[in-house]
Design a protein around this ligand. Structure first.
Ligand code: GLN
Length: 247
């Protein structure tokens, strides 16, 4: 039987707008296909895990204060996360988690929180706290090999710059920067995004991309996932997209 092992980091502190639900969705979509899914949690007082033993590492979003609280501990995990990533473990990162794997996050009070520097982007918050990127967002993506429009909800002060390979282009909303054209960061084994929601509940293609990637990496050969009945998800998304893109 196929099995996916997930490490959900800082679930007790980085969990905005239903981010924890993303792991429930992965678990559900695995269960519906007879794939076993193990979700371990890691937080500041946990023993150091063997990061490379996981197929997927997940970090959600959080307010500046929570990001500060976990930052010292996150640095201790740096080498472990880096070797897991280089070894092919999938990294799925939302908002605050997305920011902290880049070079740094300069928060609205001018505090600089060091990131892990795994990726070349960096984030600086708008000093004016009222100028946040808030609202529903629609992206056009190609990462699955097909054009897929995805929806989510963003709420961040951070402006993420120097993103070489974004997740998608913005059809509605802000994305990496205020009024921006692109959102998120993408590599074969990395999806980092500002989309809360939880975004996997709204966009089944992202979950299935991650599940497929993990199984193919284990098997060393191509995997076809059994399709699930996503009519409800797709109908909801269609309504949201038509509402948001209506001029
Ligand atoms: N605190 C960060 C910001 O405001 C991240 C927020 C979040 O995770 N939604 O940009």
């Amino acid at each position: 039987m196929n099995k996916i092992k997930i490490l959900h980091m800082y679930a007790d502190m980085l969990d905005l707008y239903g981010d924890g639900g993303n792991m429930e969705i992965i678990g559900y979509r695995c269960k519906m296909r007879g794939i076993e899914c193990i979700i371990d949690k890691y937080s500041v007082d946990s023993p150091m895990p063997d990061f490379s033993s996981y197929d997927l590492i997940y970090i959600g979003g959080g307010a500046d204060l929570e990001q500060q609280h976990i930052s010292e501990n996150l640095q201790k995990c740096r080498d472990g996360i880096e070797s897991a990533y280089k070894n092919g473990t999938f990294l799925f990162l939302i908002c605050g988690g997305y920011q902290l794997l880049g070079k740094y996050y300069l928060d609205a009070d001018g505090n600089k929180i060091s990131g892990l520097g795994l990726f070349g982007y960096y984030t600086e918050a708008e000093p004016n706290r009222r100028k946040r990127c808030i609202g529903n967002i629609v992206l056009r993506t190609e990462f699955t090999g097909k054009t897929v429009d995805i929806v989510g909800f963003e709420n961040h002060g951070g402006q993420t710059r120097n993103v070489k390979t974004p997740l998608g282009s913005v059809l509605c909303g802000h994305g990496n920067c205020t009024g921006g054209t692109h959102e998120g960061y993408f590599e074969k084994n990395v999806i980092a995004t500002y989309m809360h929601g939880p975004c996997l509940a709204k966009n089944p293609e992202i979950s299935d991309y991650i599940i497929k990637y993990c199984l193919e990496r284990q098997n060393g050969s191509s995997v076809t996932l059994r399709p699930l009945d996503d009519r409800l998800e797709n109908d909801c998304r269609r309504v949201m997209i038509s509402r948001l893109l209506k001029k």
